[in-house]
Design a protein around this ligand. Structure first.
Ligand code: ADP
Length: 229
């Protein structure tokens, strides 16, 4: 259960425009940290730096004490499981879509992994079985069903760090509640960083970081932040 550390990270996409202004924060092992802040604050930029789509101008990003520039791309990707806002599924079966998270996994492998990761519940709540084709020539899944498949695909790899990037923001509010419950259950005990657009979706986070113009404006748990408003 690794720790994620941003240590005085400065970054911008263009030389004359700094987006992250010396940002420092920590996601302690096994804890759930959430990032909120207005659009443009730099939340997605943090996710991109974590995946090394870009490197900081200065400062360091550490996973388990190790600078991520010193680890291979493959091992970095193995340690990070992402659930994005809008998951794209393959025009193939549900099982294939989930197993894609592990190269060459058979349905039995996926089921075993799903059981191990307490995912069966999630999969069993899909209205159709593993061999149901989805996508263009198959079944059209609802937004919530798609997110369940995407969550299963990510979790079947058992990533030590979970990155939820507005994973429910494309859903209607009832489906959102349902998926939030699922995410809460699967994030339990994992090191997770949640990027959120609303405070109400991250009430359970151990720590909430409020980002504004590339700086930490506030931090605390949900109750503490609500008291200040
Ligand atoms: P958030 O996720 O909090 O909405 P982002 O991290 O996406 O914010 O963006 C932070 C700032 O960086 C914004 O001002 C945005 O316009 C800018 N930005 C994002 N991506 C790029 C890019 N590829 N090139 C230039 N500027 C970008």
């Amino acid at each position: 259960r690794p720790t994620v550390v941003f240590d005085d990270v400065v970054f911008g996409y263009e030389p004359d425009r700094t987006i992250l202004q010396g940002l420092s924060f920590e996601v302690p092992a096994g804890q759930q940290v959430a990032l909120v802040g207005p659009s443009g604050a730099g939340k997605s930029t943090i996710a991109r730096l974590l995946f090394r789509f870009y490197d900081p101008w200065s400062g360091r990003i550490l996973i388990d004490g190790q600078d991520i520039r010193a680890v291979t791309q493959a091992s970095l990707r193995a340690s990070l499981g992402i659930v994005p806002q809008d998951s794209v599924l393959f025009n193939d079966t549900i099982g294939y879509n989930i197993a894609y998270g592990r190269d060459g996994a058979s349905q039995a492998d996926v089921e075993a992994a799903a059981r191990g990761a307490a995912l069966m519940d999630l999969i069993e709540r899909l209205p159709q079985g593993f061999d149901t084709p989805v996508g263009e020539r198959g079944l059209k899944l609802s937004g919530g069903e798609k997110q369940r498949v995407a969550i299963a695909r990510t979790l079947v790899k058992n990533p030590p760090i979970l990155l939820l990037d507005e994973a429910t923001s494309a859903l209607d509010s009832r489906t959102e509640q349902d998926i939030l419950t699922t995410l809460h259950a699967v994030a339990e005990g994992r090191t997770s960083l949640t990027i959120a657009h609303r405070l109400s979706t991250i009430a359970d986070a151990d720590t909430i970081l409020v980002l504004n113009e590339g700086r930490l404006a506030e931090q605390g748990n949900h109750a503490a932040l609500l008291r200040k408003r």
